[in-house]
Design a protein around this ligand. Sequence first.
Ligand code: IMP
Length: 435
Amino acid sequence: MPNIIIAGAQWGDEGKGKIVDLLAERVQVVARYNGGHNAGHTVIVGDRRFILHLIPSGILHDGVLCLMGNGMVIDPWALEREIAELREAGITIDGNLRISDRAHLILPHHREIETLTEELRGARSIGTTLRGIGPAYEDKIGRRGLRMGDLVRPAALADKLTEARRHYELILRGAGREPMIDWDALVKDLAGFGDRLGSRITDVARTLHVEMARGYSALFEGAQATMLDVDFGSYPYVTSSSAIAAGAATGLGVPLTRIDAIVGILKAYTTRVGGGPFPTTMGGELEEEIRRQGGEFGASTGRPRRCGWFDAVIARHAVRVNGFDFLALMKLDVLDALAEIRICTAYRCEGETLDEMPADPALFERCEPVYENIPGWQSATVGIRKYADLPEAARRYIERISELIGAEIGIISTGPDRSQTIVREQFSLASWFAG
Ligand code: IMP
């Protein structure tokens, strides 16, 4: 059975949760490789709606082992809240959830530093989720971070916090603020997490290795998406982790040679939350209508998402840096009412036509979309399960996107429920996916 990576191809919120949930039925392990509770995966099962922030969506399936990788940053308060909420909803969480001892912790001082730096950036703020994600990764790279494994060695906690504390106090005092963290109370809280979560904290890379050696399949789930990737996204308006498919290798310790397929998730239009360039913004009433139709509000923060036309320039970039075997196109039905649909095929920037997204944010900010208009289908696609049953104009839209981005579209989502999905037969993994 294959091991598959699922990664977002735009600015996040493409609907990865639904595809991971759908495929989780066919695997024994679901493992997440990056990010923290900045993510929000909405999964609809029957008439129930689950929003997962940290825990892989495989948790909704009996018998699936869920792993949280070393590439993640984990706020233990948020993790315990999520476990409690899922248990309240009747989901079993026992030995089916394990957490890497190498995953870094998000601590209260990270949120404080983030609030301060976002404030100091003023009009150029990133528009982060203010969950402490960036500063936690800074402490990791700065080699002063605490990791999940530290929770189970409480005697060493106070000493381990020394460097992070010094760094935080330097920043706060430098900004003329008084540090407010009660470090003794923090050490006690962390030791408590160690007591309660300790049995789940383990060497996840090794667990994965053992499961794969047994012949089990794994689904590797990325949070956020290519355009939020710290290297290949719209830097600096990005998150602080490796969201592209390659992040699975470093964020879980899975060897590259064990990856059998990479599936990209695209939305039939584009959205983004937070600041930064977004060339295909729809604007006006249409944007509001699409936001309403698509329920485009952040699953983590509730913020309204900016909505734009499909941007083939960024999607092409995503296809290249991820090497998708094929893509899933989500929320096609949200476009059902439109008489005409635009696709951005290139950018105009300072008198030149660009086929690529510029790395320089100032230049990206000045890019104007070059659109191609194609007829809409103006009929309901909601719940359609066969490609041939889609209106011809919808098929033309999908085929044009595929042509422009240079990759196949193997799955089409026509509604939020698991059942509202088209799996195209001609894709090599389709029979496996379709069961
Ligand atoms: P951070 O990840 O909180 O540092 O935020 C950095 C940028 O990534 C901001 O623009 C956020 O809105 C965006 N972001 C972070 N997580 C998600 C997500 O799960 N979906 C969409 N945008 C996200």
